[in-house]
Write a protein that binds this ligand. Structure first.
Ligand code: FE2
Ligand code: FE2
Length: 315
């Protein structure tokens, strides 16, 4: 592992300035010949290598019999992807990855719905967390001869959770409910529930191919919104990190990655992953001031790993 001095060696010292961001020293300034796809500081990825480990950025081929749940430490949670190109392996990976994601969404809602007046929607969220944890337990028994029926139960559950999220979005957006969940967070997580169900429906029709335009569109929206969430959950004092998150948000929202070639999208995906990796480590270590929970930091990082995997499969 290198140190910060090594990472900054190529930089013209006359043109750089060092900024302190939550205890992590980050190099800012203009660098020639290091253009990034997202306009993020080009030294964020090299600096990230100081604190990231490969466990955070690699995907894990899903194996039958795998068990994960709410007690699995979030830093150690694998990002499951299909081990082989057939409907069973895709279904196994998606049930493990997305059911965990759906369980975590429900846990976030529980945390962000405090007090007696929010008891009703909070109890519903608690129930969804329990149901998806049970789904994860039962996914250990997935086999090529039973995955289609199992997928139907996951589709039904994901649609129910998607409906709940859309209902909550309306309530929050119109002021009928006063939780700490943004309407966009409900919308974002409802889109993920719909995507989970849509992919399982494809596998049940024995289709596994990705539509590259859909992959880039879905994940660009997702990455852009994550960056916006991060910018708004950082301590206002973390100005450099907020600026970087806002640049990522704008890039994924405005740059039209839908139309551009594979390399640029993949580059942008790696940049957002590097940023989240640094962020997660900094949050775990108590070096970044924010109200981002370690679980949320891990969650958005794992979704970026998934983005990269699906990009590679659809190129
Ligand atoms: Fe999510
Ligand atoms: Fe997300």
């Amino acid at each position: 592992m290198s140190n910060l001095k090594d990472a900054t060696q190529p930089v013209d010292s006359g043109r750089r300035h060092l900024l302190k961001a939550g205890g992590l020293v980050v190099v800012g300034g203009v660098l020639g010949g290091c253009a990034t796809a997202t306009e993020i500081n080009p030294l964020i990825p090299p600096v990230a290598k100081l604190v990231e480990d490969t466990a955070q950025t690699r995907s894990t081929p899903a194996e039958p019999g795998t068990v994960i749940g709410s007690e699995t430490p979030t830093l150690e949670k694998p990002t499951f992807v299909a081990k082989a190109s057939n409907p069973f392996n895709y279904a196994l990976a998606d049930n493990l990855f997305w059911s965990d994601i759906m369980m975590e969404h429900s846990m976030f809602f529980v945390q962000l719905m405090p007090g007696r007046e929010l008891e009703g929607p909070r109890k519903q969220a608690e129930e969804f967390a329990r149901l998806f944890e049970r789904q994860l337990e039962q996914a250990r028994g997935l086999r090529p001869d039973n995955f289609v029926a199992f997928n139907r139960t996951s589709i039904s559950l994901a649609k129910r959770l998607g409906d709940y999220k859309k209902t909550m979005r309306e309530a929050q957006a119109t002021g009928k409910m006063r939780s700490l969940v943004w309407p966009l967070f409900f919308e974002h997580t409802a889109r993920e529930a719909d995507r989970f169900a849509a992919r399982l429906e494809l596998y049940n029709r024995r289709q596994i191919e990705f539509d590259r335009a859909e992959v880039v569109d879905f994940w660009s929206k997702t990455m852009g919104e994550h960056s916006g969430f991060i910018a708004h959950l950082l301590d206002p004092d973390e100005r450099l990190l907020i600026d970087q998150a806002s640049k990522l948000e704008r890039s994924f929202r405005d740059k039209g990655f839908r139309q551009v070639g594979g390399d640029t999208v993949l580059k942008a995906a790696n940049e957002v992953l590097a940023f989240k990796t640094v962020g997660e480590k900094g949050i775990y270590a108590g070096k970044i001031k924010s109200i981002i929970s370690p679980r949320l930091a891990s969650h958005v990082r794992r979704e970026a790993v998934r983005f990269i995997d699906e990009l590679k499969r659809s190129s």
